[in-house]
Design a protein around this ligand. Sequence first.
Ligand SMILES: C[S@@+](CC[C@H](N)C(=O)[O-])C[C@H]1O[C@@H](n2cnc3c(N)ncnc32)[C@H](O)[C@@H]1O
Ligand SMILES: [Zn+2]
Length: 414
Amino acid sequence: MNWKNKTIFIGDNLHIMRGMNSESVDLIYLDPPFNSNRNYSAPIGSRAAGAAFKDTWTLNDIDIAEHGELAEQAPSLHTIIQAAREAHGKGMQSYLIMMSTRLLEMERILKDTGSIYLHCDPTASHYLKLVMDSIFGKGNFRNEIAWHYSGWNARLSKSFSSRHDVILFYGKSNKQQFNSYAVDWESEEEYIRVRRQKVHVDDTGRKYVLSDGGGGTRVRRYLEEAMAYGKPVDDVWDIPKLNNSSKEHLGYPTQKPLALLERIIKAGSSRGDVVFDPFCGCATTLVEADRLQRSWVGIDISPKAAELIVTRIRDDQGGLLQQITARDDYPQRTDMNDIPPARTHKHTLYGLQEGICGGCEIHFPFRNLTIDHKIPRSKGGTDHFENLWLLCGACNSAKGTGTVAELRVKLGQN
Ligand SMILES: C[S@@+](CC[C@H](N)C(=O)[O-])C[C@H]1O[C@@H](n2cnc3c(N)ncnc32)[C@H](O)[C@@H]1O
Ligand SMILES: [Zn+2]
């Protein structure tokens, strides 16, 4: 991996992930904004006050370039997204463009033995499942987990109360690791009800059940021994949602319970493995990963989230603050020396510029434009996306090693 353990990146995860090495993480959990047409903000006075993020999508918000790029690189995704637009409208289309470009990067970053858990809600889960099948492969679909939480069910006039989120779980390949997971039985009654076994009592008063001993025989198993194996977890998870009185509640909008992440991290990783959350919010995933002695890395676009994360982990872990790295630059891939990183940007730039040369403003075919640094490297310019644009051959040689401003002068545009 080309970042330090316990790093939190502040910025758009698309650009940051593009700088992360391939096959470098073991487990990805993501809880992106849901396309639920809400804007979230934290209550004033809570520890998370100031954190807000948008959960509505309009086509204007999205780089047109991303869509163009998908059409060329992942035609099936492009088709799926068009279909979602037919069924649900432009908001869903732009949401899925945003998600698809990022999920493609996650697939690249995930190890062959890794797993991904995508947290969503019933508004978008069926569209996201098409996207996931297309990116990860239908054979790597593992579960659609229903996270069910109880609460006051209002009597609605047209529907039942909605009480679950959906978590789509995929492996990267058939080499994917999985630790099957059991929880304690709540009571003897629960065990008996679920297993549908008849309980007997021996002479000493101990309870036992009869289980299959093979070849038509029945063997006696004492209840406490039978129960010790625990109850294997299935795909419906009853875990309370956080509310204002929960101890771990920070007031961060959409904060998830640690207990939910505990299950995912235990099932999908082992001690020392790398856990990655590209939409980490107030760092629930990272805190739980730290508690379970996993390595971790997270990204959030909100600087408020980054601030919270550092204090939250410090509060949770005592003096570990100095080990946390918070950074707002992009990592540089160290696993692709032979391919210039700029190449991957050419499609995006072509879409953004709509095929028009940044200098003379004339339209050119894709092959006739080349990537140039707006501010040359020799003048402190970087290889980052914001510093790149496309120029035609003539403008490129006119610009030479000068800057954008110098080219404008040469072209008589000032
Ligand atoms: C639903 S919240 C995640 C909550 C988190 N699971 C928790 O327990 O706190 C989604 C988060 O994604 C962040 N976000 C939205 N777009 C992003 C992007 N392009 N890159 C990185 N983070 C983004 C938002 O700032 C928000 O914190
Ligand atoms: Zn030109």
